[in-house]
Ligand binder design. Structure first.
Ligand SMILES: Cc1cc2nc3c(=O)[nH]c(=O)nc-3n(C[C@H](O)[C@H](O)[C@H](O)COP(=O)(O)O)c2cc1C
Length: 211
């Protein structure tokens, strides 16, 4: 425990941070993407499994592969973003548990025999990891534009279908692919002049209870 972070950090992470649709013409370096992952990977997941997988799209060619899957309202903001991340999850995440959770050898077996638990764990924890990514990006001075307005089947087919190179895995035995898209997120340096006023949030009493 290091105590409370200062107001500047709270502003950067929460109070001043916004969702962006327009971007400054400022690139995001490979080093920045490494720094981003090196932070987000440290945040907690079930059994330390880290089921999320991240595909960073920067090239025009890779963005064009995504375009047909995007909802019309998300096309322009995505094509102009310096980076678009596909936040996905690997349904074979448990094969990494001997490395990531070595003190409990039974854990991988537990998942191996329970596809429902695999799906639930992968979705829950990749969503968390996507949120960690947003907060890590803000901590590094980047802005985000998360999106669920896209056709998941189309993204999965285009980027994770069987036979396509997929995180070094042999996809042969997974006819539909074993990596699935959770959400996508634009990354870059936002154009603050494009922002509208912040929308309201539920008050404590509307969203929380203390029992
Ligand atoms: C998972 C998720 C999906 C979203 N999907 C879309 C989307 O498809 N298109 C869009 O324009 N905004 C999308 N948003 C943006 C939200 O509307 C925005 O984050 C919210 O209104 C808060 O805005 P603020 O951060 O500026 O306060 C999404 C946000 C999240 C977290």
């Amino acid at each position: 425990m290091t105590g409370k972070v200062d107001d500047a950090a709270l502003d950067a992470l929460f109070r001043e941070a916004r969702t962006y649709s327009k971007w400054q013409a400022k690139p995001v370096s490979d080093q920045m993407l490494h720094d981003l992952y090196d932070l987000l990977k440290l945040a907690p997941t079930s059994a330390n499994a880290g089921p999320a997988r991240f595909v960073f799209l920067r090239s025009k060619e890779s963005k064009e592969r995504l375009r047909p899957a995007l909802a019309p309202m998300n096309v322009e903001k995505t094509m102009t973003a310096p980076i678009t991340v596909i936040v996905a999850y690997d349904l074979r995440f448990y094969t990494q548990l001997p490395k990531l959770f070595p003190h409990n050898t039974g854990m991988a077996k537990l998942y191996e025999n329970n596809p429902e638990m695999v799906e639930t764990t992968a979705r829950r924890n990749s969503s968390l990891q996507g949120a960690y990514m947003i907060m890590a990006a803000r901590a590094l001075g980047l802005d985000c534009g998360p999106m669920s307005g896209f056709d998941q089947m189309k993204v999965d087919e285009e980027f994770f279908a069987a036979g396509k190179p997929c995180f070094g895995c042999d996809q042969e035995f997974f006819p539909e692919g074993h990596v699935k898209t959770n959400f996508i997120c634009n990354l870059g340096y936002g154009d603050a002049s494009s922002l509208f006023p912040r929308l309201p949030r539920l008050a404590f009493n509307e969203a929380c209870s203390i029992l």
